[in-house]
Design a protein. Structure first.
Ligand code: ATP
Ligand code: MG
Length: 475
């Protein structure tokens, strides 16, 4: 990494870091703190207020029961509660969310998805056309504009996107399949918002809508989205099951849920012990114990968190809004549709729920907000002299390994012991923690490297460390 020039240092760092830098006039007796010269993220400057205390005081009713991911996320300063089911997403979790969005973008673009962004304010007329204005009941957040016209805040966008596609009266069969998706806030007045980001009233969803020329093509699209979802969860290291599901008030002919098995999950699944059959209990006749597919296997019940949902809609919405294309004989034909949701904020919380220990967050490697945390020694300790090495290490890691640019933090809170800061690092779950301490003073300096995903501790020289971190996958 390039050294910070005097001008940059004088003009920029003092303002950002609130420190004075060494310059021509600074004296040896009053040197600038070395950490301020480090161009990596400093833990002391990251806004991540822990708010566990408020949460414990607030959560007296059983409905507000705290689950592991919620506790860990509030403890680590990732989220802060605001209204029921609404949270501040603090800077550290926003980094993870942006990574998840990049991953979703890759997978959606991989199957031909095009990203757009639709308005959240949706006119009641559209929702009345599909009859969902009444069907949605209290779940819909409703409001009036200054002229008295009714609106809702979008909980999903079938009506909106179908109207958009219907505007284009000259759509040709050559333009199909068309896959449009967005990653935006959704609003649902949930009866029981709880468990942090697992069930919010305002949350992020990826919703994709597909448009095909016939049923067969629509089934192919449906299959390719399911495969993309499977790939996405496998890249996150999450063991997800795809189960048959009901179509609820979205409607349509075929539907699957992507469920992450977890005790905190609110869905009940039946999974066959012999074949690949699995279904949401809602779709099965009650008390069924034998597998309807292979007939011999026993169905085992487990709980799951629904992280994704796919629907084959047919012409339900395209018929209402007259979304059509001209086929190869130039005849106007109603479009076949599918819709495909992923709970973006729910995936973050669910991953934390199933991967973490009680003491600390464990992330899907790709989503860790930072990959590496470097811990310099405590100020005034016997090994204080290696503090400079820690700064240098943090800088070179971010500089020599391009995929780690911006991924290294330095825990400069050197008034605290290494032990205390290690505990915080465990809580936040940086995949790699590098302690610059005692063993750095040995003849061949070694860093203590804790790999938090595996719990392994290694002592590595700088080359060994670079070698290890070279293999870290980032997005
Ligand atoms: P649930 O049964 O959990 O209420 P849903 O079936 O109503 O969810 P969908 O309409 O299928 O949800 O929405 C698509 C995805 O959005 C879901 O699979 C889920 O991952 C996510 N999601 C839905 N509701 C919420 C919520 N209240 N908070 C966070 N994520 C949600
Ligand atoms: Mg669903």
């Amino acid at each position: 990494m390039e050294p910070i020039t005097h001008r940059v240092c004088q003009k920029f760092l003092p303002r950002v870091l609130g420190v004075t830098c060494r310059n021509r006039s600074s004296s040896a007796s009053n040197p600038a703190p070395i950490y301020s010269r480090c161009a990596t993220h400093l833990v002391s400057r990251i806004y991540q207020p822990s708010n566990l205390r408020d949460m414990v005081q607030d959560s007296r009713s059983p409905d507000e029961m705290i689950c592991k991911s919620q506790r860990l996320m509030q403890q680590a300063g990732l989220i802060h509660p605001f209204n029921p089911g609404c949270y501040f997403y603090l800077p550290t979790i926003v980094r993870s969310m942006e990574k998840l969005v990049r991953l979703i973008d890759q997978e959606m673009e991989g199957i031909g998805g095009q990203k757009l962004d639709m308005p959240s304010l949706c006119s009641a007329d559209l929702w009345k056309s599909s009859e969902r204005w009444d069907l949605m009941g209290k779940e819909l957040f409703r409001l009036k504009d200054r002229h008295g016209a009714d609106y809702c805040l979008g909980p999903t966008h079938e009506e909106a996107v179908t109207t958009l596609v219907a505007y284009q009266s000259t759509m040709s069969h050559r333009q199909l399949p068309l896959l449009l998706y967005q990653i935006t806030r959704k609003f649902r007045d949930e009866p029981k918002p709880r468990f942090g980001l697992l069930r919010g009233r305002e949350f992020y969803m990826k919703d994709m809508y597909s448009f095909d020329m016939n049923e067969e093509a629509a089934y192919q699209t449906y299959e390719s989205v399911c495969q993309a979802y499977t790939r996405l969860f496998s890249r996150l290291g999450l063991r997800c099951v795809q189960v048959q599901a009901g179509t609820g008030n979205i409607g349509g002919k075929l539907s699957h849920e992507f469920q992450l098995p977890a005790d905190i999950g609110e869905d009940r699944l039946l999974v066959c012990g012999t074949c690949s059959f699995s279904a949401n209990e809602e779709t099965m006749s009650s008390r069924q114990t034998n597998c309807p597919q292979c007939k011999t296997g026993k169905l085992v019940e487990s709980k799951g968190i629904e992280v994704g949902h796919t629907f084959y809609l047919g012409t339900k919405y395209s018929h209402i809004f007259n979304a059509a294309f001209s086929n190869s004989q130039n005849k106007p034909t109603i479009i076949e549709m599918g819709c495909f949701g992923l709970g973006v904020t729910r995936i973050l919380a669910a991953a934390i729920e199933v991967m973490s220990t009680e003491e600390g967050i464990r992330w899907p490697g790709l989503l860790a907000p930072y990959q590496v945390c470097v811990l310099p020694p405590k100020k005034g300790s016997r090994v204080d002299e290696v503090a400079g090495l820690a700064v240098e290490l943090a800088q070179t890691l971010g500089g020599t390994l391009p995929h780690l640019r911006g991924e290294v933090v330095l825990d400069d809170r050197t008034q605290m012991t290494i032990g205390k800061r290690l505990k915080d690092a465990q809580r936040l779950g940086y995949p790699y923690v590098v302690v610059v301490g005692q063993s750095t003073l040995e003849e061949t300096p070694k860093f203590e490297v804790i790999c938090q995903q595996t719990g392994e501790t290694m002592f590595l020289g700088k080359d060994g460390l670079v070698d290890l971190l070279q293999r870290v996958e980032t997005i």
